[in-house]
Design a protein around this ligand. Structure first.
Ligand code: CAA
Ligand code: NAD
Length: 296
């Protein structure tokens, strides 16, 4: 089985930067690309400071921390991905934009390289069809935040080979993750179940069943979820939640997945969640500045 030594990560947002951090800390050479230069700069800063934090808490030796930072290279050109063993794509949740990127990557990376997508919901089979290597295209779905959450959901497209699956599984396990496998149907396992709950929480808020604080406290204290569904939606990004619900709705053809109008309105208003400082709740710049109502 091919040994993965270098990883290209596309997208330096919350998922891409977390995946890049995880790979660098586990001794892989990492190239990180984003189409927005400002995002790349911020990603490098936040990854470096998270690695320093791991060192200062004694979770990583000073040497391993320095090595992890050396392992990470940010690039504004995808051509630097020509020698990577696997690409993990973590850009916006849009089938059209992802397909364009996969077609581009197919021409740049070496013939043996795997193209993995961190998509939350989009068909891996269709992403594979945008390339001439559909047997080497796979879903590698990390959870947010990738350095902390224990799961990677692996999704095989219709043409994904056993070799691609096995190499991806070994990589996920090397990164310290447990894996589950899903068939290639919209939303896979986790979001097929999670997004209807989040959508229902928006409906409860929209129809005045309870306040946002009580909805979240109900699920947090009543069912032992670490975050209430509305706080979790802010954590994921309301734009990401809306995109996933649209894929579930169109892909599975059931009106139960129709996005709640309140969620749609928040996204239209630019209230995208914690990453924008405002979503269902309002957030300050630091962890301590998160409004009390958001931290039940
Ligand atoms: N990147 C890296 N590390 C992070 C992080 C991030 N973005 N956010 C928090 N952490 C780390 C912190 O540094 C901290 O580590 P230390 O204890 O070593 O300092 C640890 O995680 C705990 O963080 P906090 O003390 O700030 O906060 P917390 O105890 O409330 O935990 C949480 C935060 C892990 C996010 C927790 O609230 C939680 O598990 N929430 C639910 C998250 C969840 O459900 N994620 C999956 C969403 S669905 C998905 O991802 C799929 C999809 O396609 C949408
Ligand atoms: P994000 O908005 O934080 O980051 C996306 C990044 O992609 C942005 O920095 C943007 O500049 C960049 N980008 C967009 N188009 C690009 C292109 N063509 N080339 C290069 N860079 C491009 O989004 P995110 O929350 O990190 O989500 C990324 C992916 O991961 C999505 O597919 C999402 O569904 C999936 N995902 C998200 C979560 C979550 O909780 N947010 C969890 C698991 C999976």
């Amino acid at each position: 089985m091919a040994d993965i030594r270098s990883v290209g990560v596309v997208g330096g947002g919350q998922m891409g930067s977390g995946i890049a951090q995880l790979a660098a800390v586990h001794g892989l050479e990492v190239w990180l690309h984003d189409s927005d230069a400002g995002v790349l700069t911020r990603a490098h800063q936040s990854i470096s400071s998270r690695i320093q934090r791991l060192v200062s808490k004694g979770n990583l030796t000073k040497e391993k921390g320095a090595e992890a930072i050396r392992n990470l290279r940010c690039t504004s050109t995808l051509d630097d991905f020509c020698s990577v063993d696997i690409v993990i794509e973590a850009i916006v949740e849009s089938e059209e934009v992802k397909k364009n990127l996969f077609a581009q990557l197919d021409k740049i990376v070496k013939s043996s390289a795997i193209l993995a997508s961190n998509t939350s919901s989009i068909s891996i089979t269709r992403l594979g069809s945008a390339t001439n290597r559909s047997s080497q295209v796979i879903g590698m779905h990390f959870m947010n935040p990738p350095p902390v959450m224990k799961l990677v959901e692996i999704i095989r497209g219709a043409n994904t080979s056993d070799k691609t699956f096995n190499t991806t599984k070994v990589l996920a396990e090397r990164l310290g993750k447990k894996i589950i496998c899903s068939q290639d149907f919209s939303g896979f396992v986790v979001n097929r179940i999670l997004m209807p709950m989040i959508n229902e929480a928006f409906h409860a808020l929209y129809t005045g069943v309870a306040s946002k604080e009580d909805i979240d406290a109900g699920m947090k204290l009543g069912t032992n979820h670490p975050m209430g569904p509305l706080e979790l939606a802010d954590h994921i990004g309301l734009d990401v939640c809306l995109s996933i619900l649209k894929v579930l709705h169109s892909g599975l053809g059931d009106n139960k997945y129709t996005p709640c109008p309140l969620l749609v309105q928040y996204v239209d208003a630019g209230r995208l969640g914690k990453k924008k400082g405002v979503g269902v709740y309002t957030y300050g710049k630091t962890r301590d500045e998160i409004k009390p109502s958001a931290r039940l």
